[in-house]
Design a protein around this ligand. Sequence first.
Ligand SMILES: Cc1ncc(COP(=O)(O)O)c(C=O)c1O
Length: 361
Amino acid sequence: MTLGFPFEQTTTPLSDEERAAILADPGFGRYFTDHMASAGWTPAAGWHNSRVGPLQPFSLHPSAAVLHYAQEIFEGLKAYRHADDSVWLFRPELNARRFARSATRLALPELPEEAFVQSVEELVKADEAWVPAYGGEQSLYLRPFMFASEPFLGVRPAAHVTYSVVASPAGPYFSSGVTGVTLWVSNTYTRAAVGGMGAAKTGGNYAGGLVAQLEAQEHGCDQVLYLDGAEHRWLEESGTMNLCLITSDGELITPGLGTILEGVTRGSVLQLVTEHGLTPVERRVSIDELRAGCRDGSITEVFAVGTAAVITPIVGFKGDGYEAVVGDRQPGKITLAVREHILDLQYGRVPDSRGWLRRVG
Ligand SMILES: Cc1ncc(COP(=O)(O)O)c(C=O)c1O
């Protein structure tokens, strides 16, 4: 039985003028559309009360478990408008599967893959007018999430859980051209350990990273590059993006899975780079190998990948007592070509030969 997300239209939508003013400069995560998807879960009833309805605040008891024990997961994906005005999702089933894996890790109930995709699709259909116009790398960012809404104190999986999806128009990530960023290699903080939650998309991972992000900023860097928790030696990922290295002998190397988030963009890049003459390799890379490779030129480009920025060139990094430059400190040529390739696919400018796009409207 499929869940179904029947639509109840809001009686207080923003006017066309108000929406147009927001879409003229949406930024990221600042404005939300008129509707939201939601559903509840209990052990007895399973998933129920699923619908797309007016965007409205939750009413939570102060003892709701999520507020105390952080039993929570989320996802992030985008809807893209094509030149012919149609609206598409990019590989949403991968987000659905990752959401299910995160749920298992956080002892939350699994939302069936079809229900996840359907909730996202129905919300996008309801708020299609909020999907920014084609051109200029804008999109509608979608945020599915699930949390422990049962009121109680005590450490056990909650028996009442809430699922929801909200949508937020997103402007171009790099409004003044793609610039490179620098990473801070933290020796103080790690993000994940074997057996921990690193592979799950759960709020605690991001809460724990905030202080590391502040440390990066204190050192004049944009983001953190995390090393592994056991040896402080192996590259993991940045706070919200996976890492990729290009070598002078034509490899695209990315750290293997385990304690990192399995990014949808990472998986897509691994498949696309063969068309750019690169061999994809998933393996461990030490910080010493990265530093030496940047020094002797055997590592030519470094970039980070994720839904929000697609591909962010990394032009340098710093750690305790050292600083390194990647290439000539400019975004790399292959980096920019792979970035264009993914964007062309997402915005329908090249044929979708792999069937990665899913039409919504
Ligand atoms: C920690 C972390 N790593 C990697 C990614 C990239 O994942 P994706 O490409 O699915 O957006 C994200 C973003 O979701 C993230 O938060």
